[in-house]
Design a binder for this molecule. Structure first.
Ligand code: ATP
Length: 310
């Protein structure tokens, strides 16, 4: 048995006007949570869909659990789980019914109640799909991806559009997948998500992998700056005077101000000083709720013009 859950070599996909995937190589060992991180249009979804057998590549080799689509497609389908970027279900199907239905397609399947427990949807088991919140629909999509007890699970932006609590609850499900010994490959725009979940990452841009490594090594090797986010309870200070007092550029996005820095801890006292005599920041900056800024850098793109909201 190969130790690799996934091996991709020289993957390439040209759409009419875009080279979506440009010679991509990846190796994901079994049991790893592996993240593909990158800005909109980087080629993450196309890569995932090719690996999942939903889109064809122009060239390249893919081995999934030691199997190839050309020779063992049926076996691959039985052993992987896929959550697409969006899942459309009938409005009037319930989580219980959809899990029963999807499970019936596979030779091996997990029990519906066990899956409902796993994603904490027992209370909504018999509610129409249309009545579920966005987070509940995403959790159901995760349960559907697990219905055949897969060894390798693909999740395409599993938390996009969810509130912080719903994101965290999905993270728990992904962590449980890993604890159960599954390999997970996910795409995300969020460095904090990658840092919280992934053993290793590949950062993609323009169809290519531009860096791979553990989240910690990428953050330190690439000297990725953090971005401190700041909001004010009352009237905000005059921006250019504030930036001058801080002696540092400040980017304004409506009520949210962003301040790139390699050293968020050192910036905090200076921020408080610069905010004076304006009302104090509403929170101890930064205002991102999840991890502190030093753990929470916005990634990396080596092209000077690119400031992507990953
Ligand atoms: P996002 O984070 O927005 O989902 P992504 O990194 O997943 O982006 P892809 O969806 O893979 O990126 O898109 C890569 C490039 O290929 C983009 O320029 C996109 O417009 C293009 N593309 C994707 N699908 C198609 C298609 N079916 N036909 C033509 N171009 C496509």
């Amino acid at each position: 048995m190969t130790d690799l859950a996934l091996r991709v070599k020289g993957l390439r996909k040209q759409y009419a006007k875009v080279l979506a995937v440009d010679g991509l190589d990846l190796e994901v060992p079994r049991g790893e949570v592996f993240g593909l991180l990158g800005p909109n249009g980087a080629g993450k979804t196309t890569t995932l869909e090719i690996i999942e057998g939903l889109t064809s590549a122009d060239t390249g080799e893919i081995e999934i659990l030691g199997l190839t689509w050309a020779h063992q497609g049926q076996e691959i389908r039985a052993r992987i789980g896929v959550q697409l970027q969006s899942t459309s279900l009938f409005n009037k199907i319930t989580p219980r019914e959809s899990l029963d239905l999807y499970g019936s397609y596979y030779p091996k399947r997990r029990g519906t109640n066990e899956l409902l427990d796993l994603v904490q949807l027992q209370e909504k088991a018999d509610a129409y799909h249309i009545t579920l919140s966005g987070g509940q629909q995403q959790r159901l999509a995760l349960a559907l991806a697990l219905v055949n007890d897969p060894e390798l699970v693909f999740l395409d932006e599993p938390t996009t559009g969810l509130d912080p609590q719903a994101r965290r609850s999905l993270w728990d499900v992904v962590r449980r997948m890993k604890a159960e010994g599954r390999t997970v490959m996910l795409t995300t725009h969020y460095m904090d998500e990658a840092e919280a979940l992934c053993d290793r990452l590949a950062i993609m841009d323009h169809g290519q992998v531009i860096a791979t490594g553990t989240p910690a090594s990428l953050i330190s090797d690439l000297a990725i700056p953090s971005v401190v986010e700041l909001t004010f309870e009352g009237a905000a200070p005059e921006p250019s005077a504030f930036a001058a007092r801080l002696d540092q550029a400040v980017e304004r996005r409506a009520d949210l101000w962003e301040i790139p820095t390699p050293d968020p801890k050192a910036l905090l006292p200076r921020l408080l000083e610069a905010a004076h005599p304006a009302p104090a920041p509403s929170h101890q900056p930064p205002t991102r709720r999840a991890p502190p800024p030093s753990l929470h850098p916005l990634p990396p793109l080596p092209r000077p013009s690119a400031r992507h909201p990953l």
